[in-house]
Design a protein around this ligand. Structure first.
Ligand code: NAG
Ligand code: NAG
Ligand code: NAG
Length: 578
């Protein structure tokens, strides 16, 4: 149950003064029914439209419509099977991160995934986002796709991912064993090759079976070879290939042999696009591709006599249809869930006899309409919410400009909004001048030359940065986490990260990641043309964004030495604001 005692008291007081409804009804407190739990607790929203009496009236007089619940996919409890299920049940849903549960049943193992609801009819679940190890030397043996999915292959040596990708630039892959449970149709999008949508023939990507596939062109990106699509899946020792006459898409995962063909002519030539539309810096190495799998399972359909059945149910009984009230819109349409607990008669009884409790709505942060200011706001209103992707709207007001962001609700009291996830350009030669953090936020750093990001990072390994201008609207405290240096949480003093101001900060250690120098924390923010740094006696965290100068110190001793952890897989760091 959501807490917020003060809020509950406020609503109860308001409700008790709300016995009668005037003709206009304008000056009465109005409530929006959000949900009813197993004990008959009604969750009402204080900015609601209808007063209690009006709800009861509409229910008894049948002046309502029954409709699909509109929070499908927005919480673990209301996970959908796949993005295709979501598309069928909520055709208007935007592309974004939703909760899915491909094996159905209890939603204990549901997880968040990205849905493309626009391209080629929508309903596509993103299962893999990849980039290249050496895009600028495309035909060299050093070039390969990265990471690769956990499919079977003997010769690949790039990183294997089993992390669900949250966006098209979040380079991860869903556990391959789950792909088949999502569907068999697949969509491949890339910014260097044509987009195609394919159905299985004798060949199958999700079942790793060589043979024919039937593909159609979704977008012709290249000026060359218009209308050519691949027609076969073929395995090689290094990865799967989608063949036309010759390689068209080759998911080659060995960085010491072969190269990952992306040829719109299907001739195994370097005909991939050379322009890189998502890339702003000359030093960036990534081009973007993504692959989605479409669910084609049959779906259960809601009973057509939904409304009729609802009105028939006047007593509680095991065999009576039961409904869960989810929401009521501005026209008094009630959204009910079919696996509900209470029948309509009981809902009316509880409303009229006052046998209910009022509580906070439980879908805060789960849709654009119920965006929170930031993760701290969410933590205060829904203390039990897990870490994950939520809707936030730092400037408040109308939620037209709300967006999804990642919240850490556990570390150091929670309530942290992720604003920056970075990795390194040359981790293995950490102190070489070629090493820098990448990407960098849009803060001022006149000498930095790594890619600037203004894409909101949706996980700790989604290497992007929220527009720097928004950071200060979220808060002033910051948390830095890294897998190669200690975690620290800091309050502003005379210095500030979000204001880019040099001066003191008050930090505490959140986690000692290193064996060295226990308890040392930085004491100040310092400015540099390559990027800001935090200093103890010397550099502790240095966000050096220049690949021709300096190196990005991550020294738990704060002495500007190479004391960062070595040999770590996926080395990275994150800045959160609260
Ligand atoms: C319903 O009431 C029972 C008994 O008071 C309680 O144990 C349970 O947690 C309640 N369930 C919910 C969802 O509040
Ligand atoms: C990658 O290719 C090289 C060169 O052919 C080969 O020596 C190596 O064994 C391959 N890597 C793996 C993991 O098979
Ligand atoms: C409410 O009704 C009006 C007029 O029929 C309609 O234009 C509007 O879309 C409806 N709003 C909702 C949320 O269904």
């Amino acid at each position: 149950m959501k807490s917020g005692i003060l809020h509950i008291i406020f609503i109860l007081a308001a409700m008790s003064s709300m016995t009668f409804r005037t003709a206009s009804g304008q000056d009465l407190p109005r409530f929006k029914v959000l949900e009813m739990d197993t004990n008959g607790t009604l969750y009402l929203h204080k900015t609601s439209i209808l007063c209690k009496r009006e709800i009861a009236e509409r229910l008894t007089e049948g002046k309502y419509q029954l409709a699909e619940p509109n929070n499908l996919g927005l919480s673990k409890d209301f996970a959908v099977l796949t993005c295709k299920t979501l598309k069928q049940k909520v055709p208007s849903a935007d592309s974004g991160v939703y909760w899915i549960d491909p094996d159905g049943g209890s939603h204990g193992n549901a997880f968040q995934a990205y849905c493309d609801q626009q391209t080629e009819g929508g309903g596509w679940t993103l299962v893999w986002s990849y980039t290249f190890t050496d895009y600028s030397n495309f035909q060299k043996a050093s070039n390969a796709v990265t990471p690769r999915p956990s499919w079977t292959t003997s010769n690949a040596n790039v990183r294997v991912s089993t992390t669900v990708p949250f966006s098209e630039t979040h380079y991860e892959a869903m556990d391959f064993s789950l792909w088949l449970s999502i569907g068999k149709e697949f969509l491949i999008k890339s910014n260097i090759n044509n987009w195609i949508a394919c159905k299985e023939g004798s060949g199958s990507l999700v079942q790793q079976r060589d043979g024919t596939v039937s593909c159609k062109l979704v977008k012709q990106l290249s000026g060359q070879c218009s209308g050519v699509v691949p027609n076969r899946v073929k395995s090689s020792s290094a990865e799967k290939t989608l063949l036309s006459r010759n390689h068209y898409y080759y998911f080659e995962g060995n960085r010491s042999e072969g190269w990952p063909t992306h040829d719109p002519c299907g001739n195994n030539q370097a005909n991939q696009l050379k322009a890189r539309p998502y890339i702003t810096s000359t030093t960036s190495t990534s081009a973007v591709s993504r692959q989605s799998i479409r669910n084609n399972l049959m779906l259960r359909v809601l009973p057509s006599a939904f409304g009729f059945q609802a009105r028939q149910c006047l007593t509680i009984g095991q065999d009576a249809p039961r409904f869960k009230v989810l929401e009521m819109d501005s026209n008094g349409t009630l959204y009910l869930h079919k696996t509900s607990i209470l029948c309509i008669g009981e809902v009316i009884k509880r409303l009229t006899e006052g046998k209910y409790q009022l509580a906070e709505p439980s879908n805060l942060g789960l849709s654009k309409e119920f965006a929170m200011l930031n993760c701290k706001d969410l933590k205060q209103k829904v203390p039990s919410a897990d870490s994950g992707v939520y809707w936030i709207d730092p400037d408040g007001g109308s939620h037209g400009n709300a967006f999804q962001a990642y919240c850490d609700q556990q570390t150091g009291g929670g309530g942290w909004t992720l604003v920056y996830s970075y990795t390194f350009t040359d981790y293995s030669s950490f102190t070489s001048s070629g090493n820098a953090v990448t990407p960098r936020p849009s803060w001022s750093a006149s000498s930095a030359n790594v890619r600037v990001s203004t894409t909101v990072p949706l996980s700790e390994t989604h290497y992007e940065a929220m527009n720097f201008a928004l950071w200060r609207s979220i808060g002033k405290e910051f948390l830095i986490k890294s897998n190669i240096n200690n975690w620290i949480a800091c309050k502003e003093g005379s210095g500030s990260i979000v204001q880019q101001k040099q001066g003191s900060i008050a930090c505490k250690l959140v986690r000692q990641v290193s064996d060295q120098c226990p308890g040392i924390v930085p004491k100040s923010v310092q400015l540099d043309n390559n990027g800001m740094y935090l200093s103890s006696s010397s550099f502790y965290y240095y966000f050096d964004g220049n690949t021709g100068d300096d190196w990005p110190t991550h020294d738990p001793c704060g002495k500007d030495q190479e004391n960062n952890l070595k040999g770590v897989l996926n080395p990275h760091g994150n800045i959160f604001i609260r």
